[in-house]
Write a protein that binds this ligand. Structure first.
Ligand code: ADP
Ligand code: MG
Length: 242
C-alpha cells in the first residue's frame, strides 16, 4: 500500500487550473523528487497532501485512508506528515530545543523530559546540538533549516515533504542541508522533495516527477529522466536550469 496516493486530483484558484488530474503514488521508503518550472503547481500539490490546501475533486489517501477533512483526525494526520518549507518557519521567540519539543509535548503528549532527550538526539543527528539553548535568529539559515528538519522528525512522521528546502539558503549552506536529507533517505524515510538541486535528485531520488502547468508531464528513474527526457518541455526546463 502506498504511503501517499493522489487520485485524479483537481484544484483551481479562481480561473487558474493549478492541478490537473494528478495521479501519484509514493511507496514506503521511496524518495520522490518533484521538479518543474515556477508556477507549475509543485507547492500546491505538496500543500494539498496535508490539507493546507483543499482540492476540488479527486482523492488523497494516506496509507490507504482518505485525508480527514477537519478536526482532531486532521491534526493527527498532519502530525504524521512532516513538512519542511523554503522559509524555515521556526518559532522566533522560542529556543531551538523548545522548537523541537513543542509538538511532541503538546500534540503527542510526551513528557518534557522524554521530549527533550529525543530532541537532543535529533539535534545531534542534524548537527546542531550545541545550538539548543539559542533562539533561531542566532543561527545561520542552514542551521535553522536543519532544526526545522529535526522538529519534523520529532513527530515520528510517516513521510516527509520538502518544498524547495534549500532555495532560500546562501550557496555555502545548501550542502549541509542536503547532506541531512541524504542521510534521512538512506535511513529509509519516505520523502517527497521539491527541489532544483539536480545533483541531489540524481544521487538520491528513486523517481523523478516533472510537472508543468499543473500536470505531471513525465516521470521516471533519475538517470533516465535527466539523460533522456522524453518531452520537449522537460528538455527545455533542464536546459534552462543548467
Ligand atoms: P510552484 O510551487 O510550482 O512554483 P505553486 O503551486 O506555488 O507553483 O503555484 C501554482 C500556481 O498557482 C501559480 O500560478 C501561483 O501563482 C498560483 N497560486 C498559488 N497559491 C495560490 C493562492 N493561494 N491563490 C491564488 N493563486 C495561487
Ligand atoms: Mg513552489
Amino acid at each position: 500500500m502506498p504511503v501517499i496516493e493522489l487520485r485524479h486530483v483537481e484544484k483551481h484558484f479562481g480561473d487558474l487550473h493549478v492541478l490537473r488530474d494528478i495521479n501519484l503514488k509514493v511507496s514506503r521508503g521511496e524518495v520522490l523528487v518533484v521538479i518543474g518550472p515556477s508556477g507549475s503547481g509543485k507547492s500546491t500539490m505538496c500543500r494539498t497532501i496535508n490539507r493546507l490546501e483543499t482540492i476540488d475533486s479527486g482523492e488523497i489517501l494516506i496509507e490507504g485512508k482518505p485525508l480527514p477533512a477537519e478536526g482532531r483526525e486532521l491534526a493527527a494526520m498532519r502530525a504524521e506528515l512532516g513538512m519542511v518549507f523554503q522559509s524555515f518557519n521556526l518559532f522566533a521567540h522560542k529556543t531551538i530545543l523548545e522548537n523541537v519539543t513543542l509538538g511532541p509535548i503538546d500534540v503527542l503528549g510526551m513528557k518534557r523530559e522524554d521530549a527533550e532527550k529525543r530532541a537532543m538526539e535529533l539535534l545531534a543527528r542534524v548537527g546542531v546540538a550545541e545550538q539548543a539553548a539559542k533562539v533561531p535568529a542566532q543561527l545561520s539559515g542552514g542551521q535553522q533549516q536543519r532544526v526545522a528538519i529535526a522538529r519534523s522528525l520529532a513527530m515520528n512522521p510517516k513521510a516527509m515533504m520538502f518544498d524547495e528546502p534549500t532555495s532560500a539558503l546562501d550557496p555555502e549552506m545548501i550542502n549541509e542541508v542536503l547532506d541531512v536529507m541524504v542521510e534521512l533517505a538512506r535511513a529509509g524515510m519516505t520523502m517527497v522533495v521539491v527541489t532544483h538541486e539536480m545533483n541531489f535528485a540524481r544521487r538520491v531520488a528513486d523517481r523523478v516527477v516533472f510537472m508543468a502547468d499543473g500536470q505531471i508531464v513525465e516521470e521516471g528513474a533519475p538517470d533516465e529522466f535527466f539523460d533522456h527526457p522524453a518531452t520537449q518541455r522537460a528538455r527545455d526546463f533542464l536546459d534552462s536550469i543548467k
